[in-house]
Ligand binder design. Sequence first.
Ligand code: B12
Length: 211
Amino acid sequence: MDTLEAIRENLMKGQVPKVKELIQTALDEGAGVEKILTEGLIAPMSVIGEQFKKEEIYLPEVLFAARAMLAGMDILQPLMAGAGVEPIARVALGTVKGDIHNIGKNLVGIMLKGAGFEVTDLGIGVPPEKFVDAAQEGASLIGISALTSTTMLGMKPVIDALEAAGLKDKIKTMVGGAIVTQAYADQIGADGYASDAVSAVARAKGLLGLD
Ligand code: B12
């Protein structure tokens, strides 16, 4: 088995130390940072995302794999500037005010990072003005997460605040979270919606004309 294959296999099993060790081996063998990132980290994480979507695996397995992916990213990220891997766009992600769920948002962030986006995590319980600040600071896509039927009502105020700040036409907005639907996204004037972290990457690229 080659090193990249071994990274993929261990990432999917959530083997953090092994993934770190193998990434170092791949670097020592001369594999490029971008190749390790796309073939060693992003590819298996996409498989994990698909398996979770089809209910073939459970959340803890996703989180273990995600942790291994993040550990790998920690090694590769400092090398990326030198390797000429520029972020494809800047995204700011947050869970709306009043909502403390962050697992799904974090997964979306990981997958976007894996796909080459620079991701600013605004955290949980994020008020509209923080999203506006992030857009003013250069994020071209604002991702808003909400997990309950009460807190999802907090998504429209974010979009309204971006509109009031004159930013709505300059940036894109994308919403998601278990109870959010495309119909709801349309209703509140969000530019995009995705039902899971894998589709979120495709949707983000589509919205920004990067596909
Ligand atoms: C884990 C969990 C918790 C944990 C959260 C831990 C954490 N750090 O996040 C804890 C225990 C703290 C919790 C608390 C509460 N929870 Co809760 N929680 C859940 C649970 C079981 C899983 C959520 C989860 O992480 N799923 C796994 C991730 C991977 O999936 P996901 O979040 O949907 O995210 C995916 C997509 O939705 C999408 N996505 C997510 N965000 C975004 C953003 C963008 C931009 C895009 C494009 C896509 C996207 O991509 C993600 C990855 O594929 C759900 C049940 C469920 N089936 O969803 C209930 C659930 C969401 N919780 C619920 C409730 C009611 C609560 C509480 C109010 C309970 C209480 N009475 O105290 C509190 C909320 C407190 C608050 N103010 O927020 C309800 C909401 C019901 C409703 N319709 O309103 C649910 C549905 C459970 C239920 N059936 O009753 N919860």
